[in-house]
Design a protein. Structure first.
Ligand SMILES: NC(=O)c1ccc[n+]([C@@H]2O[C@H](COP(=O)([O-])OP(=O)(O)OC[C@H]3O[C@@H](n4cnc5c(N)ncnc54)[C@H](O)[C@@H]3O)[C@@H](O)[C@H]2O)c1
Ligand SMILES: N[C@@H](CCO)C(=O)O
Ligand code: NA
Length: 431
């Protein structure tokens, strides 16, 4: 079997692409045995062929002519990132009959349907395990291992940078800015960490996960997204005092006839399995009708770990190519709609900065009651006796379950009270 070969084109030789090139080169024999045919790396598309690179990879493979490479390939591995020209190149590969592996979450979360339709039309495989939670096998478990079950909810820590920051704040009491600087120093965060910190990276991954878990088509525009920039050391300390840890969670859950998809900072009990996910690790917690609760854990980023996921897809679809099995077509037959956040029911912690005066607490509690929100706990920080001026204090309220809409109305009224200075934080609580 291994005397036959097939042609592989790699697009991009950055953090992940360079690791894929290394594995394709170093493990050529082993891969040929696993696939049953020899993968021949015919070229690596880069922007600059003269840049310094890994010497284990044949320098003659680098080219700037991505299109010629794609047209000659049986399998295309896209690791350049961004929307264009990645989208056009993947469509070109698929329509030309090449199978495609990509880790491009930004592209999939925007144009996944278009790419899947192009793959279906050509009868070729499109695989993207690396796009969500790096090395962690999560997309194929959702699509294949759980194909006979019914998933009800997925909770995920799907961004390594923000988990590193929140973990540093939790374990050292660091402020957000200092933890972010440390994440940048260690190379976890991008030079421009906006997509990580604002939750957009996790939102793209949530859209991809929700599409597979609920057999429907969702894009990043269907995801409600809040980042972690507003989380303070005080929020983290208050969560700790109550037995919680703050994580940036991606939540995808059945909501009536639809699916609610959201990314936001969340308090989770310290005994929840997701609470123990430290540093830049990722984890995805899946709840389903028959399997019950499953957790997938591991490195969610980095060159070699992400290359492992790319290679897993590569070997799997190459085997299918060699053995002649059909590609797995689009699985979005349920056509569920994304639902609005306003009716999602959740518990909340609310921080308020207020005047420390007779009747303030009672007045605030009354507004919650007027809006039908039940308070679980209310905690007031002791005012330092030595401070000059009108005494002020911080109160922290944990609510029972309510809707986002109802909480918004309550806080609008509370913010307008003359004794209330400002709402310092609103964080959801997950059980
Ligand atoms: N780095 C990770 O931890 C990680 C994890 C999961 C998924 N991903 C995804 O994998 C992909 C690659 O990520 P990365 O970290 O290797 O990025 P990177 O920026 O390190 O590498 C991308 C490379 O592609 C090159 N490139 C960009 N446009 C090109 C073009 N038009 N033609 C040829 N080359 C071009 C760049 O010069 C760069 O060398 C992205 O889609 C990313 O979202 C990365
Ligand atoms: N910036 C991403 C890389 C992996 O997708 C993260 O921090 O998780
Ligand atoms: Na993965």
């Amino acid at each position: 079997m291994t005397d036959r070969s097939f042609k592989v084109a790699l697009l991009g030789a950055g953090t992940v692409g360079s690791q894929v090139a290394r594995i394709l080169t170093e493990d050529a024999e082993e891969l040929a045995s696993r696939i049953g045919s020899r993968p021949e790396l015919i070229g690596i598309a880069v922007r600059d062929t003269t840049a310094a690179r890994d010497t284990t990879v044949d320098a003659a493979l680098y080219t700037t002519d991505a299109e010629a490479l794609i047209d000659a390939a049986d399998v295309v591995i896209e690791l350049t990132g961004g929307i264009e020209p990645a989208r056009t190149r993947i469509l070109r590969a698929l329509s030309g009959g090449a199978a495609v592996v990509t880790g491009n979450k930004a592209l999939l979360a925007k144009h996944g349907t278009e790419l899947q339709r192009a793959a279906d039309a050509a009868g070729v495989q499109l695989s993207y395990e690396a796009a969500v939670a790096g090395a962690i096998p999560i997309l194929r478990p959702l699509r294949d291992s759980l194909a006979g079950d019914r998933i009800t909810r997925v909770l995920g820590i799907m961004n390594g940078t923000t988990n590193f920051i929140l973990d540093a704040m939790d374990s050292t009491g660091a402020q957000f800015d200092d933890a972010l600087a440390e994440a940048q120093r260690l190379g976890y965060a991008e030079a421009d960490p906006t997509a990580d910190v604002e939750g957009h990276d996790a939102a793209a991954k949530a859209a991809i996960v929700a599409s597979l878990a609920f057999h429907s088509e969702f894009t990043i525009d269907d995801v409600h997204c809040e980042g972690i920039r507003e989380i303070s050391a005080d929020d983290v300390a208050a969560a700790q005092a109550d037995g919680y840890v703050i994580k940036l969670l991606a939540v995808c859950e059945l909501d009536g006839e639809g699916v609610n998809i959201r990314v936001h900072p969340t308090l989770i009990p310290r005994k929840h399995p997701l609470a123990s996910v430290r540093d830049a690790y990722n984890a995805v917690f899946v709840e389903s009708r028959d399997a019950g609760e499953l957790m997938f854990y591991g490195p969610g980023a980095g060159g070699a770990p992400t290359a492992s996921a790319v290679m897993g897809d590569f070997v799997t679809l190459s085997r299918r190519k060699v053995l002649g099995g059909p590609a797995i077509p689009d699985q979005s037959h349920r056509n569920l709609e994304a639902t609005s956040l306003s009716r999602v029911v959740s518990r909340y912690t609310v921080g308020l900065h207020v005047k420390d005066k007779l009747g303030v607490l009672a007045r605030i509690a009354q507004v919650f009651a007027d809006h039908g929100i039940s308070i679980q706990t209310m905690h007031q920080t002791k005012h330092p006796e030595h401070e000059a001026g009108e005494p002020e204090t911080t109160i922290r309220i944990v609510t029972h379950r309510t809707t986002d809409e109802r909480l918004e109305g309550t806080l609008a009224e509370i913010s307008a009270l003359p004794t209330v200075d400002r709402v310092t934080s609103i964080i959801r609580v997950e059980n």
